[in-house]
Write a protein that binds this ligand. Structure first.
Ligand code: CP
Length: 292
C-alpha cells in the first residue's frame, strides 16, 4: 500500500490483511519496525480521537513523531498544502497523516511528492482509518460481514464515515440501509422509518449531525431530530439481543443518541476508539514497510 486515501482503493484481501494485523497488534503491541521512521500529523480540522489514536499508534510502533500545529504553521501565511508537505518531505519526514476540510485534498499531493499520505479525513469525502476500525469492531463482534444488516443513520450527505463504510461494507457482503431526513440522503437511497429496520438490524451505526457543514441552515431542533431520527431508548429496546450500536464520535448526546445509551450494554463506541490504535498501527506498518 503506497498511501491510504479512500476505502474505494482497497481490495477485500487488503482489508482482511490489515484487520488480521491489527488483531495481532491487539494481542501484542511489540515494536516491529526495524528502521527509524519519522511521521507528522497535519490536522487542519479539529480532532480528538483520530489525532491522539494515531499518535498512540505511532509511539507504540517506536516512530519519531514530529510536532505540527496547523494554527502556528506557515499555512497561515498562505503556504499551500502541497508546499507544506513538500517541506516536511525535504526535512526528512517519511509519512504524513492529514485531515483537511477540502474533499479530495490529497489529489494535489500525488504528483511531485514521495512522502506517504494517510488520509485522516477529507471534508465530506472519506475517512478510511475510521472505516477500518469500524470493520475491525464489527468483525470482533460477529466474526464475519456477509449478510449482516447494518443501518447507518444520521447526517449521511455530509459524512465521510458514511461514504467510507458504505463502500467497504457492501464490498464485504453486508446489507447496508441508510436512515436519515430526506434532505440529508445525498447520493444514497434512504428510509425514514426506524420501525421497518430495527427488528432485523445487527449493527446500528449512528452518525454525528455535522452542524459545521450546514452553513447555519439546520432545519431541525435537537429535540425534533432526536425524536424522529435519533436512537431513543424506546428504539433501543426493539433491537435484537445480539445487535450492537456504533458511533464514530464525537456524539451529540440526546441528538443522534440518547445520553443513557452511550455506555449501554449494546454500545461499542469506546471499544471502537480502543480498537482504532491497533488498526492504525497496522496501517502505518503496512505503508512504511512497503515504501521505504
Ligand atoms: N471519529 C473521529 O474522527 O473523531 P475525531 O474527529 O475526534 O478525530
Amino acid at each position: 500500500m503506497k498511501h491510504l486515501l479512500s476505502m474505494k482503493d482497497l481490495q477485500i484481501n487488503e482489508i482482511e490483511t490489515l484487520l488480521q494485523r491489527a488483531l495481532e497488534f491487539q494481542e501484542d503491541s511489540a515494536n516491529v519496525l526495524k528502521k527509524q521512521y519519522t511521521i507528522a500529523n497535519l490536522f487542519f480540522e479539529p480532532s480528538t480521537r483520530t489525532r491522539n489514536s494515531f499518535e498512540m499508534a505511532e509511539r507504540k510502533l517506536g516512530l519519531h513523531v514530529l510536532p505540527f500545529e496547523a494554527g502556528t504553521s506557515s499555512t497561515l501565511k498562505g503556504e499551500t498544502l502541497y508546499d507544506t508537505v513538500k517541506t516536511l518531505e525535504a526535512i526528512g519526514v517519511d509519512a504524513v497523516v492529514v485531515r483537511h476540510e477540502q474533499d479530495g485534498y490529497y489529489d494535489e499531493l500525488l504528483t511531485g511528492l514521495n512522502i506517504a499520505i494517510i488520509n485522516g479525513g477529507d471534508g465530506s469525502g472519506q475517512h478510511p482509518t475510521q472505516s477500518l476500525l469500524d470493520l475491525f469492531t464489527i468483525k470482533e463482534e460477529f466474526g464475519y460481514f456477509e449478510g449482516l444488516n447494518i443501518t447507518i443513520a444520521g447526517d449521511i450527505s455530509h459524512s465521510r464515515v458514511a461514504n467510507s463504510n458504505a463502500d467497504a461494507l457492501k464490498k464485504l457482503g453486508a446489507n447496508v440501509t441508510f436512515l436519515c431526513p430526506p434532505e440529508w440522503q445525498g447520493e444514497f437511497e434512504a428510509t425514514t422509518a426506524w420501525e421497518e429496520v430495527l427488528p432485523e438490524t445487527d449493527v446500528v451505526m449512528l452518525l454525528r449531525v455535522q452542524h459545521e457543514r450546514h452553513g447555519g441552515d439546520t432545519s431541525f431542533s435537537k429535540e425534533q431530530y432526536h425524536q424522529e431520527f435519533g436512537l431513543t431508548k424506546a428504539r433501543y429496546d426493539q433491537l435484537k439481543p445480539s445487535a450492537i450500536i456504533m458511533h464514530p464520535a464525537p456524539f451529540n448526546r440526546d441528538v443522534e443518541i440518547a445520553s443513557e445509551l452511550v455506555e449501554s450494554e449494546k454500545s461499542r463506541i469506546f471499544r471502537q476508539m480502543h480498537n482504532g490504535v491497533f488498526v492504525r498501527m497496522a496501517i502505518l506498518e503496512s505503508i512504511l514497510k512497503e515504501r521505504f
